[in-house]
Design a protein around this ligand. Sequence first.
Ligand SMILES: Nc1ncnc2c1ncn2[C@@H]1O[C@H](COP(=O)(O)OP(=O)(O)O)[C@@H](O)[C@H]1O
Ligand SMILES: [Mg+2]
Length: 428
Amino acid sequence: MSVKINTLEIENVKRIKAVQLAPTKNGLTVIGGGNAQGKTSVLDAIAWALGGDSFRPSAPAREGAVGDPKLRVTLDNGIVVERSGKNSSLKVIDSTGNKGGQQLLNSFIEKLALDLPRFLNASNREKADTLLRIIGVGEKLYQLEQEEELQYNRRTEIGRIADQKAKFAAELPNFPGLPAEPVSPSELIAQQQEILVRNGEIRRKIEQKEHYAHQLELAKAEYERAQREAERLSQLLAAAENNYKLACIDTEDLREESTAELEKNIAEIDELNTKIRANINRDYAQNEAEEFRKEYDTLTADIERIRGEKKALLDGAELPLPGLSVEKGELIYNGQKWDCMSGAEQLIVATSIVRKLNPECGFVLLDKLEQLDTDTLTAFGKWLEAEGLQAIATRVSKGDECSIIIEDGMSMIPEVKTEQKTWKAGAF
Ligand SMILES: Nc1ncnc2c1ncn2[C@@H]1O[C@H](COP(=O)(O)OP(=O)(O)O)[C@@H](O)[C@H]1O
Ligand SMILES: [Mg+2]
Protein backbone atom coordinates (compact mmCIF):
# COMPACT_ATOMS: atom_id res chain seq x y z
CA MET A 1 0.00 0.00 0.00
CA SER A 2 1.31 3.42 -0.87
CA VAL A 3 1.50 6.08 1.80
CA LYS A 4 -0.91 9.08 1.80
CA ILE A 5 -1.19 12.23 3.87
CA ASN A 6 -4.06 12.13 6.38
CA THR A 7 -3.80 15.59 7.94
CA LEU A 8 -1.46 18.51 8.12
CA GLU A 9 -1.14 21.48 10.44
CA ILE A 10 1.25 24.32 9.70
CA GLU A 11 2.02 27.43 11.72
CA ASN A 12 4.37 30.33 11.06
CA VAL A 13 6.11 28.82 8.04
CA LYS A 14 6.95 31.41 5.35
CA ARG A 15 3.64 33.17 4.49
CA ILE A 16 1.55 30.74 6.62
CA LYS A 17 0.05 31.92 9.87
CA ALA A 18 -2.05 28.84 10.56
CA VAL A 19 -3.28 26.29 8.07
CA GLN A 20 -4.99 22.98 8.68
CA LEU A 21 -5.90 20.57 5.93
CA ALA A 22 -7.18 16.99 5.53
CA PRO A 23 -6.53 16.20 1.87
CA THR A 24 -8.70 13.75 -0.04
CA LYS A 25 -7.19 10.28 0.16
CA ASN A 26 -7.65 9.51 -3.54
CA GLY A 27 -7.72 12.28 -6.12
CA LEU A 28 -7.13 15.98 -6.19
CA THR A 29 -7.16 18.43 -3.30
CA VAL A 30 -7.00 22.00 -4.61
CA ILE A 31 -5.67 24.75 -2.36
CA GLY A 32 -7.17 27.98 -3.75
CA GLY A 33 -6.75 31.65 -3.02
CA GLY A 34 -5.48 34.91 -4.42
CA ASN A 35 -1.87 35.72 -5.24
CA ALA A 36 0.73 35.81 -2.42
CA GLN A 37 -1.72 34.50 0.18
CA GLY A 38 0.43 31.49 1.14
CA LYS A 39 -0.65 28.64 -1.19
CA THR A 40 2.84 27.67 -2.30
CA SER A 41 4.06 28.08 1.26
CA VAL A 42 1.77 25.17 2.20
CA LEU A 43 3.46 22.89 -0.36
CA ASP A 44 6.91 24.15 0.70
CA ALA A 45 6.06 23.30 4.32
CA ILE A 46 4.93 19.74 3.39
CA ALA A 47 8.12 19.20 1.37
CA TRP A 48 10.23 20.42 4.29
CA ALA A 49 8.36 18.23 6.78
CA LEU A 50 8.71 15.05 4.70
CA GLY A 51 11.75 15.63 2.47
CA GLY A 52 14.30 16.68 5.05
CA ASP A 53 16.79 19.50 5.27
CA SER A 54 17.42 19.72 1.52
CA PHE A 55 13.84 21.07 1.30
CA ARG A 56 14.24 23.58 4.14
CA PRO A 57 13.15 27.05 2.92
CA SER A 58 15.89 29.69 3.11
CA ALA A 59 13.78 31.71 5.59
CA PRO A 60 11.26 29.28 7.05
CA ALA A 61 10.07 31.40 9.98
CA ARG A 62 7.25 33.80 9.18
CA GLU A 63 8.34 37.41 9.61
CA GLY A 64 6.61 39.04 12.52
CA ALA A 65 5.45 35.73 14.01
CA VAL A 66 5.53 35.40 17.77
CA GLY A 67 5.99 31.62 17.83
CA ASP A 68 8.46 29.32 16.04
CA PRO A 69 7.51 27.46 12.87
CA LYS A 70 5.47 24.38 13.63
CA LEU A 71 4.61 21.50 11.33
CA ARG A 72 2.67 18.35 11.96
CA VAL A 73 1.85 15.79 9.28
CA THR A 74 0.01 12.54 9.94
CA LEU A 75 0.36 9.78 7.39
CA ASP A 76 -2.01 6.90 6.74
CA ASN A 77 0.64 4.34 7.69
CA GLY A 78 0.39 5.66 11.25
CA ILE A 79 3.57 7.72 11.16
CA VAL A 80 3.42 11.24 12.61
CA VAL A 81 6.02 13.81 11.49
CA GLU A 82 6.61 17.02 13.42
CA ARG A 83 8.98 19.96 13.25
CA SER A 84 8.95 22.41 16.10
CA GLY A 85 11.05 24.42 18.50
CA LYS A 86 13.76 26.98 17.87
CA ASN A 87 15.73 24.67 15.56
CA SER A 88 12.63 23.20 13.92
CA SER A 89 13.96 19.79 14.91
CA LEU A 90 12.43 16.73 13.33
CA LYS A 91 10.42 14.19 15.25
CA VAL A 92 9.15 11.05 13.55
CA ILE A 93 7.01 8.59 15.48
CA ASP A 94 5.73 5.35 13.96
CA SER A 95 2.37 3.67 14.63
CA THR A 96 3.80 1.66 17.54
CA GLY A 97 5.11 4.79 19.24
CA ASN A 98 8.76 4.17 18.29
CA LYS A 99 10.94 7.06 17.24
CA GLY A 100 12.31 7.15 13.73
CA GLY A 101 14.15 9.75 11.66
CA GLN A 102 14.52 11.07 8.15
CA GLN A 103 15.75 7.63 7.03
CA LEU A 104 12.38 6.09 7.89
CA LEU A 105 10.62 8.81 5.85
CA ASN A 106 13.04 8.36 2.94
CA SER A 107 11.97 4.74 2.53
CA PHE A 108 8.56 5.79 1.22
CA ILE A 109 8.90 9.47 0.29
CA GLU A 110 9.82 10.16 -3.34
CA LYS A 111 11.78 13.44 -3.61
CA LEU A 112 10.39 14.22 -7.08
CA ALA A 113 6.84 13.86 -5.69
CA LEU A 114 7.67 16.78 -3.38
CA ASP A 115 9.22 18.76 -6.22
CA LEU A 116 7.40 17.87 -9.44
CA PRO A 117 8.62 21.05 -11.23
CA ARG A 118 12.11 19.52 -11.12
CA PHE A 119 10.82 16.73 -13.35
CA LEU A 120 8.61 19.02 -15.47
CA ASN A 121 11.53 21.38 -16.14
CA ALA A 122 14.09 18.67 -16.84
CA SER A 123 15.36 18.31 -20.41
CA ASN A 124 13.62 15.90 -22.78
CA ARG A 125 16.61 13.56 -22.56
CA GLU A 126 16.55 13.59 -18.73
CA LYS A 127 12.82 12.85 -18.66
CA ALA A 128 13.23 9.93 -21.05
CA ASP A 129 16.25 8.65 -19.09
CA THR A 130 14.25 8.72 -15.85
CA LEU A 131 11.56 6.58 -17.47
CA LEU A 132 14.08 4.17 -19.03
CA ARG A 133 15.83 3.86 -15.68
CA ILE A 134 12.67 2.82 -13.88
CA ILE A 135 11.64 0.33 -16.53
CA GLY A 136 15.22 -0.98 -16.65
CA VAL A 137 15.89 -0.92 -20.40
CA GLY A 138 17.84 2.35 -20.76
CA GLU A 139 21.29 0.90 -21.53
CA LYS A 140 20.06 -1.63 -24.12
CA LEU A 141 17.78 0.91 -25.85
CA TYR A 142 20.63 3.42 -26.01
CA GLN A 143 22.82 0.79 -27.67
CA LEU A 144 20.10 -0.05 -30.21
CA GLU A 145 19.61 3.64 -31.00
CA GLN A 146 23.35 4.13 -31.49
CA GLU A 147 23.41 1.09 -33.79
CA GLU A 148 20.38 2.29 -35.72
CA GLU A 149 21.84 5.74 -36.26
CA LEU A 150 25.14 4.26 -37.46
CA GLN A 151 23.47 1.92 -39.97
CA TYR A 152 21.07 4.65 -41.09
CA ASN A 153 23.93 7.03 -41.88
CA ARG A 154 25.87 4.25 -43.64
CA ARG A 155 22.83 3.36 -45.71
CA THR A 156 22.32 6.98 -46.78
CA GLU A 157 25.97 7.16 -47.92
CA ILE A 158 25.87 3.77 -49.71
CA GLY A 159 22.58 4.68 -51.42
CA ARG A 160 24.11 7.88 -52.70
CA ILE A 161 27.17 6.03 -54.08
CA ALA A 162 24.93 3.33 -55.67
CA ASP A 163 22.95 6.02 -57.51
CA GLN A 164 26.13 7.77 -58.67
CA LYS A 165 27.68 4.50 -59.91
CA ALA A 166 24.49 3.47 -61.77
CA LYS A 167 24.32 6.89 -63.44
CA PHE A 168 28.01 6.68 -64.41
CA ALA A 169 27.56 3.11 -65.83
CA ALA A 170 24.54 4.19 -67.90
CA GLU A 171 26.55 7.02 -69.45
CA LEU A 172 29.47 4.79 -70.61
CA PRO A 173 29.51 3.71 -74.38
CA ASN A 174 28.24 0.19 -75.21
CA PHE A 175 28.74 -1.97 -78.40
CA PRO A 176 26.42 -4.97 -78.55
CA GLY A 177 27.30 -8.34 -80.25
CA LEU A 178 31.08 -8.30 -79.60
CA PRO A 179 33.24 -11.01 -77.93
CA ALA A 180 33.70 -10.57 -74.16
CA GLU A 181 37.54 -10.63 -74.28
CA PRO A 182 39.89 -8.54 -76.52
CA VAL A 183 41.09 -10.43 -79.71
CA SER A 184 44.88 -11.16 -80.08
CA PRO A 185 46.67 -10.12 -83.37
CA SER A 186 49.72 -12.39 -82.69
CA GLU A 187 48.65 -15.17 -85.13
CA LEU A 188 48.37 -12.70 -87.98
CA ILE A 189 51.67 -11.09 -87.07
CA ALA A 190 53.34 -14.57 -87.19
CA GLN A 191 51.91 -15.17 -90.66
CA GLN A 192 53.22 -11.78 -91.74
CA GLN A 193 56.68 -12.66 -90.40
CA GLU A 194 56.75 -15.93 -92.39
CA ILE A 195 55.87 -14.14 -95.62
CA LEU A 196 58.55 -11.54 -94.98
CA VAL A 197 61.12 -14.38 -94.56
CA ARG A 198 60.00 -16.00 -97.80
CA ASN A 199 60.16 -12.68 -99.61
CA GLY A 200 63.75 -12.23 -98.37
CA GLU A 201 64.69 -15.56 -99.92
CA ILE A 202 63.08 -14.55 -103.21
CA ARG A 203 64.88 -11.26 -103.18
CA ARG A 204 68.17 -13.08 -102.57
CA LYS A 205 67.55 -15.35 -105.61
CA ILE A 206 66.68 -12.44 -107.86
CA GLU A 207 69.86 -10.68 -106.79
CA GLN A 208 71.78 -13.87 -107.66
CA LYS A 209 70.16 -13.89 -111.10
CA GLU A 210 71.31 -10.31 -111.65
CA HIS A 211 74.79 -11.23 -110.53
CA TYR A 212 74.95 -14.00 -113.13
CA ALA A 213 73.75 -11.65 -115.82
CA HIS A 214 76.62 -9.37 -114.97
CA GLN A 215 79.10 -12.25 -115.18
CA LEU A 216 77.73 -13.17 -118.58
CA GLU A 217 78.43 -9.66 -119.76
CA LEU A 218 81.95 -9.86 -118.48
CA ALA A 219 82.44 -13.25 -120.10
CA LYS A 220 81.20 -11.99 -123.44
CA ALA A 221 83.62 -9.07 -123.28
CA GLU A 222 86.42 -11.36 -122.23
CA TYR A 223 85.56 -13.63 -125.16
CA GLU A 224 85.76 -10.80 -127.63
CA ARG A 225 88.93 -9.49 -126.14
CA ALA A 226 90.47 -12.88 -125.80
CA GLN A 227 89.53 -14.81 -128.86
CA ARG A 228 92.66 -16.70 -128.21
CA GLU A 229 91.31 -17.97 -125.04
CA ALA A 230 87.94 -18.67 -126.63
CA GLU A 231 88.29 -22.32 -126.28
CA ARG A 232 89.15 -22.12 -122.64
CA LEU A 233 86.51 -19.61 -122.00
CA SER A 234 83.84 -21.23 -124.12
CA GLN A 235 83.38 -23.72 -121.29
CA LEU A 236 83.05 -20.87 -118.86
CA LEU A 237 80.57 -19.25 -121.15
CA ALA A 238 78.57 -22.42 -121.47
CA ALA A 239 78.51 -22.78 -117.69
CA ALA A 240 77.51 -19.20 -117.22
CA GLU A 241 74.80 -19.58 -119.83
CA ASN A 242 73.61 -22.68 -118.12
CA ASN A 243 73.50 -21.02 -114.72
CA TYR A 244 71.61 -18.12 -116.11
CA LYS A 245 69.10 -20.38 -117.77
CA LEU A 246 68.49 -22.28 -114.52
CA ALA A 247 68.08 -19.09 -112.60
CA CYS A 248 65.59 -17.86 -115.15
CA ILE A 249 63.58 -21.06 -114.77
CA ASP A 250 63.80 -20.81 -110.98
CA THR A 251 62.53 -17.26 -110.84
CA GLU A 252 60.07 -17.41 -113.69
CA ASP A 253 56.90 -17.92 -111.50
CA LEU A 254 58.08 -16.07 -108.45
CA ARG A 255 56.15 -12.91 -107.40
CA GLU A 256 56.47 -10.97 -104.10
CA GLU A 257 53.36 -11.37 -101.84
CA SER A 258 51.44 -8.40 -100.43
CA THR A 259 50.97 -7.85 -96.62
CA ALA A 260 48.44 -5.08 -97.11
CA GLU A 261 45.47 -7.31 -96.17
CA LEU A 262 47.11 -8.36 -92.94
CA GLU A 263 47.94 -4.77 -92.04
CA LYS A 264 44.33 -3.89 -92.58
CA ASN A 265 43.16 -6.76 -90.33
CA ILE A 266 45.58 -5.74 -87.57
CA ALA A 267 44.22 -2.19 -87.70
CA GLU A 268 40.67 -3.55 -87.48
CA ILE A 269 41.56 -5.61 -84.40
CA ASP A 270 42.81 -2.48 -82.64
CA GLU A 271 39.55 -0.74 -83.33
CA LEU A 272 37.57 -3.80 -82.21
CA ASN A 273 39.52 -4.06 -78.98
CA THR A 274 38.89 -0.41 -78.13
CA LYS A 275 35.17 -1.17 -78.27
CA ILE A 276 35.51 -4.41 -76.30
CA ARG A 277 37.40 -2.61 -73.55
CA ALA A 278 34.63 -0.02 -73.44
CA ASN A 279 32.11 -2.86 -72.94
CA ILE A 280 34.23 -4.36 -70.14
CA ASN A 281 34.35 -0.97 -68.40
CA ARG A 282 30.62 -0.60 -68.65
CA ASP A 283 29.99 -4.14 -67.28
CA TYR A 284 32.34 -3.43 -64.39
CA ALA A 285 30.59 -0.17 -63.56
CA GLN A 286 27.18 -1.85 -63.72
CA ASN A 287 28.31 -4.67 -61.42
CA GLU A 288 29.72 -2.17 -58.99
CA ALA A 289 26.46 -0.22 -58.95
CA GLU A 290 24.57 -3.45 -58.32
CA GLU A 291 26.86 -4.40 -55.39
CA PHE A 292 26.19 -1.04 -53.73
CA ARG A 293 22.47 -1.44 -54.28
CA LYS A 294 22.62 -4.87 -52.60
CA GLU A 295 24.50 -3.42 -49.62
CA TYR A 296 21.87 -0.69 -49.36
CA ASP A 297 19.15 -3.34 -49.19
CA THR A 298 21.08 -5.28 -46.53
CA LEU A 299 21.37 -2.11 -44.43
CA THR A 300 17.64 -1.49 -44.82
CA ALA A 301 16.96 -4.99 -43.47
CA ASP A 302 19.38 -4.28 -40.59
CA ILE A 303 17.61 -1.04 -39.69
CA GLU A 304 14.23 -2.79 -39.77
CA ARG A 305 15.60 -5.48 -37.46
CA ILE A 306 17.00 -2.92 -34.98
CA ARG A 307 13.72 -0.99 -34.97
CA GLY A 308 11.90 -4.27 -34.33
CA GLU A 309 14.23 -5.07 -31.42
CA LYS A 310 13.68 -1.58 -29.97
CA LYS A 311 9.93 -2.00 -30.23
CA ALA A 312 10.08 -5.47 -28.66
CA LEU A 313 12.26 -4.10 -25.86
CA LEU A 314 9.79 -1.33 -25.02
CA ASP A 315 6.77 -3.60 -25.62
CA GLY A 316 8.24 -6.08 -23.16
CA ALA A 317 9.00 -3.45 -20.52
CA GLU A 318 6.45 -2.61 -17.86
CA LEU A 319 5.61 1.03 -18.56
CA PRO A 320 4.00 3.17 -15.88
CA LEU A 321 1.27 4.49 -18.22
CA PRO A 322 -0.45 2.99 -21.29
CA GLY A 323 0.55 4.95 -24.39
CA LEU A 324 3.84 6.10 -22.85
CA SER A 325 7.04 5.21 -24.65
CA VAL A 326 10.51 6.48 -25.57
CA GLU A 327 11.66 7.24 -29.09
CA LYS A 328 15.05 8.66 -29.99
CA GLY A 329 15.72 9.61 -26.38
CA GLU A 330 12.42 11.47 -25.90
CA LEU A 331 9.24 10.65 -24.06
CA ILE A 332 6.27 9.93 -26.32
CA TYR A 333 2.73 9.85 -24.95
CA ASN A 334 -0.07 8.75 -27.31
CA GLY A 335 2.21 9.60 -30.24
CA GLN A 336 3.04 13.12 -28.98
CA LYS A 337 6.35 14.55 -27.82
CA TRP A 338 6.53 16.47 -24.53
CA ASP A 339 6.09 19.94 -26.04
CA CYS A 340 3.03 18.79 -28.01
CA MET A 341 1.27 17.29 -24.96
CA SER A 342 -1.44 19.30 -23.22
CA GLY A 343 -0.75 20.60 -19.72
CA ALA A 344 -2.96 17.83 -18.29
CA GLU A 345 -1.14 15.16 -20.30
CA GLN A 346 2.21 16.46 -19.09
CA LEU A 347 0.97 16.25 -15.49
CA ILE A 348 -0.35 12.72 -16.02
CA VAL A 349 2.93 11.58 -17.59
CA ALA A 350 5.05 13.25 -14.89
CA THR A 351 2.88 11.95 -12.05
CA SER A 352 2.91 8.39 -13.45
CA ILE A 353 6.68 8.36 -13.78
CA VAL A 354 7.29 9.91 -10.36
CA ARG A 355 4.91 7.41 -8.83
CA LYS A 356 6.73 4.50 -10.43
CA LEU A 357 10.06 5.84 -9.07
CA ASN A 358 8.83 4.94 -5.62
CA PRO A 359 5.45 3.14 -5.63
CA GLU A 360 5.44 3.41 -1.82
CA CYS A 361 4.85 7.14 -2.13
CA GLY A 362 1.12 7.62 -2.71
CA PHE A 363 0.97 11.39 -3.11
CA VAL A 364 2.37 14.21 -5.22
CA LEU A 365 2.51 18.01 -4.74
CA LEU A 366 1.51 20.19 -7.70
CA ASP A 367 2.00 23.95 -7.69
CA LYS A 368 0.28 26.48 -9.99
CA LEU A 369 -2.50 24.44 -11.59
CA GLU A 370 -3.99 27.61 -13.14
CA GLN A 371 -2.98 26.25 -16.52
CA LEU A 372 -5.81 23.68 -16.40
CA ASP A 373 -9.42 24.73 -16.95
CA THR A 374 -11.95 23.26 -14.56
CA ASP A 375 -13.07 20.48 -16.94
CA THR A 376 -9.48 19.34 -17.48
CA LEU A 377 -8.90 19.66 -13.75
CA THR A 378 -11.89 17.39 -13.09
CA ALA A 379 -10.63 14.86 -15.66
CA PHE A 380 -7.17 14.90 -14.08
CA GLY A 381 -8.78 14.41 -10.64
CA LYS A 382 -10.70 11.39 -11.96
CA TRP A 383 -7.51 9.90 -13.37
CA LEU A 384 -5.75 10.36 -10.00
CA GLU A 385 -8.69 8.69 -8.23
CA ALA A 386 -8.61 5.74 -10.64
CA GLU A 387 -4.87 5.42 -10.06
CA GLY A 388 -5.33 5.55 -6.28
CA LEU A 389 -3.11 8.61 -6.08
CA GLN A 390 -3.36 11.63 -3.80
CA ALA A 391 -2.42 15.04 -5.23
CA ILE A 392 -2.27 18.31 -3.31
CA ALA A 393 -2.32 21.22 -5.73
CA THR A 394 -2.42 25.01 -5.62
CA ARG A 395 -4.41 27.24 -7.95
CA VAL A 396 -5.17 30.95 -8.11
CA SER A 397 -8.92 30.56 -7.74
CA LYS A 398 -11.73 30.69 -5.27
CA GLY A 399 -14.02 28.44 -7.29
CA ASP A 400 -15.84 25.25 -6.43
CA GLU A 401 -12.89 23.12 -7.40
CA CYS A 402 -11.04 24.36 -4.29
CA SER A 403 -11.06 22.24 -1.12
CA ILE A 404 -9.75 25.10 0.98
CA ILE A 405 -8.84 28.70 0.38
CA ILE A 406 -5.73 30.32 1.84
CA GLU A 407 -6.16 33.96 2.71
CA ASP A 408 -3.48 36.00 4.44
CA GLY A 409 -1.75 32.80 5.54
CA MET A 410 -4.89 31.28 7.05
CA SER A 411 -6.94 28.32 5.83
CA MET A 412 -10.62 29.04 5.10
CA ILE A 413 -13.27 26.37 4.73
CA PRO A 414 -16.66 26.75 3.00
CA GLU A 415 -19.17 28.66 5.08
CA VAL A 416 -22.27 27.25 3.47
CA LYS A 417 -22.46 24.45 0.97
CA THR A 418 -24.60 26.12 -1.68
CA GLU A 419 -24.10 26.34 -5.47
CA GLN A 420 -21.91 29.37 -4.92
CA LYS A 421 -19.53 28.75 -2.01
CA THR A 422 -18.59 31.51 0.39
CA TRP A 423 -15.66 31.15 2.75
CA LYS A 424 -14.89 31.85 6.38
CA ALA A 425 -11.81 31.37 8.53
CA GLY A 426 -11.67 28.00 10.17
CA ALA A 427 -10.13 24.53 10.52
CA PHE A 428 -11.15 21.25 8.91
N1 LIG B 1 9.35 34.01 5.80
C1 LIG B 1 8.36 34.79 5.34
N2 LIG B 1 7.62 35.59 6.17
C2 LIG B 1 6.63 36.34 5.68
N3 LIG B 1 6.26 36.42 4.40
C3 LIG B 1 6.95 35.63 3.52
C4 LIG B 1 8.02 34.80 3.93
N4 LIG B 1 8.51 34.15 2.84
C5 LIG B 1 7.77 34.58 1.78
N5 LIG B 1 6.84 35.48 2.17
C6 LIG B 1 5.88 36.19 1.33
O1 LIG B 1 4.88 35.25 0.90
C7 LIG B 1 4.38 35.62 -0.34
C8 LIG B 1 4.39 34.43 -1.25
O2 LIG B 1 3.79 33.34 -0.65
P1 LIG B 1 3.32 32.10 -1.45
O3 LIG B 1 3.02 31.02 -0.52
O4 LIG B 1 4.34 31.84 -2.53
O5 LIG B 1 1.99 32.70 -2.09
P2 LIG B 1 1.05 32.09 -3.23
O6 LIG B 1 1.56 30.78 -3.64
O7 LIG B 1 -0.31 32.05 -2.60
O8 LIG B 1 1.08 33.10 -4.35
C9 LIG B 1 5.24 36.73 -0.87
O9 LIG B 1 4.56 37.94 -0.74
C10 LIG B 1 6.47 36.70 0.04
O10 LIG B 1 7.00 37.99 0.25
MG1 LIG C 1 2.21 30.19 -5.46
